[in-house]
Design a binder for this molecule. Structure first.
Ligand SMILES: [Zn+2]
Length: 483
């Protein structure tokens, strides 16, 4: 934020802008993708404001990145390889073969994926999709599969999701012509590609190894995050800037990966939870008015970080104080406006919104039927287990067997001591009180609360509703920066 060496960044270097425009064929005009009932799913025209110079309410480095990332259209990467960029969070890559086209990463929603494929076909002809590749398991890389392969057209089309492909970075040796990925614009030319990938390799290795070195010296996550600096050569590479992760964020995550929450300082072993802690802090500060005055003084002096800490305690201690909430929202506005890290900006500004208007319901619903279809039976049962209301189920004791005819598997579910556990059984010695014999699609229907007639039931069917009576629904709208 204030300490960012923005003036040292190479704003004169326009290579990224040239690369982001290179190979442009055509855009979707207007750049709006609509879903059912005219609902706007994606609106790339809404980013037109980025054509202006960076205002005071944004970090210039992040603004530049947003200008690059908001470019929209179909681009030729190299002979036979195309990308649709700017029609979703991620890129759709299309590789032409003899029989059709292979799609790499079908975006986040069926609507944007269909629009991207439509844009490609408008310029490259109506080639059939002959394969799908998901680069990794994030929702923005597979969520739109149905837009590329509508129901009924997937027969015989292979779908690949490779594991560990990042370990391959030496694998191609001298064979690089162009590097393109699931986000952002490509890098052309062997030398540029090698420079780019080497810097990315060094960035992650440096961050990881130096964090562990300092961890072994006894520093904690926040201390390392404050102390660690990237080598100037990486610090000044646009593609190594912290637009998504950042040094401060990732260093703490690396510590979390190795040591977990406990840092060895026993003062943190048995702390009060946030509200109880906050009440005692505010009391020790001499009350709410004193705390607010002190926080405002810190904010005025430019120490927004400590102002946020004080005001956070005050809001948790006295959530009815709208003046405290507004003061904290103002601090988060300023921190958000200065942030180079996009997610940090979003977290700060969304938090300010929660302080002013209450919590927001999550818009992204991952519990959709497509997602459920993709889960294995074990995963499906696990997804039920983590929704059991434990205390209500303390005294319950029930056993249900699921015989999956299409998978040839036999699962035994046991709800006991409030925990739903399951195992695969080959030769059950004792019969379950209820046995359902069904297919995986029928199981999905049962879990969705629809009981198809055609499943075979042995034992007491009432057991199923007893099990479901303990299953809760997650609350998508919980407060985060207010108690
Ligand atoms: Zn992604």
């Amino acid at each position: 934020m204030a300490s960012l060496p923005l003036e040292t960044l190479p704003f004169d270097d326009v290579t990224d802008f040239e690369n982001a425009d290179r190979g442009f064929i055509g855009a979707l005009v207007p750049g709006v993708v609509e879903g059912a009932e005219g609902r706007t799913v994606w609106d790339s025209d809404a980013y037109a404001f980025l054509k202006a110079d960076c205002p005071d309410t944004a970090n210039p480095s992040l603004w530049r990145q947003a200008q690059l990332a908001s470019k929209q259209g179909l681009y030729e990467v190299t002979d036979g390889i195309y990308q649709v960029r700017g029609l979703d969070l991620s890129n759709m890559t299309l590789v032409e073969g003899e029989r059709g086209v292979v799609v790499i990463d079908p975006l986040i929603s069926a609507e944007t994926a269909a629009a991207a494929l439509g844009l490609y076909r408008e310029h490259r002809g109506d080639r059939p999709v002959t394969g799908l590749i998901y680069t990794h398991s994030h929702g923005d890389h597979f969520g739109g599969a149905r837009g590329v392969l509508p129901r009924g057209t997937e027969e015989g089309v292979p779908i690949l999701a490779p594991a560990g492909f990042l370990e391959q970075i030496e694998y191609f040796g001298d064979g690089y012509d162009v590097a393109f990925a699931s986000h952002h614009w490509p890098t052309w030319g062997r030398e540029n590609v090698v420079t780019f990938l080497s810097a990315q390799r060094d960035l992650y290795a440096y961050m990881h190894d130096q964090t562990l070195r300092l961890l072994n010296d006894g520093l904690t996550g926040p201390e390392i995050a404050e102390e660690l600096q990237l080598p100037p050569a990486l610090e000044n590479s646009w593609h190594a800037r912290g637009y998504y992760g950042s040094l401060s964020h990732n260093v703490k995550a690396i510590c979390q990966r190795y040591l977990g929450w406990f840092n060895g300082n026993v003062a943190t072993l048995w702390e009060h939870p946030p509200v109880e802690l906050a009440r005692r802090y505010v009391d020790s500060m001499g009350g709410a008015d004193q705390t607010l005055a002190k926080a405002r003084a810190y904010a005025d002096s430019g120490d927004l970080r400590f102002a946020a800490t004080l005001l956070n305690h005050l809001v948790f201690a006295e959530p009815g104080r709208t003046d405290a909430k507004e003061a904290l929202a103002g601090v988060y506005d300023t921190l958000g406006h200065g942030a180079e890290n996009g997610p940090w900006r979003n977290f700060y500004l969304t938090s300010a919104m929660e302080l002013r208007h209450g919590e927001n319901a999550a818009l992204l619903d991952t519990a959709n039927p497509e997602m459920a279809t993709a889960l294995t039976t074990d995963m499906l049962i696990d997804s039920i287990a983590v929704r059991i209301d434990g205390p209500r189920a303390w005294d319950e004791d029930l056993t249900i067997d699921l015989v999956l005819t299409d998978e040839g598997s036999h699962h035994r579910l046991t709800l006991h001591n409030g925990a739903l556990t399951h195992r695969t059984v080959t030769d059950p010695r004792t019969p379950a009180v209820l046995t359902l014999t069904l297919t995986k699609p029928q199981l999905l229907a049962v879990l969705a609360g629809r009981a198809p007639d055609s499943i075979s039931t042995a034992g007491s069917p009432a057991l199923l509703s007893r099990l479901f009576s303990y299953v809760t629904k997650a609350d998508a709208a919980f407060p985060i920066v207010t108690p």
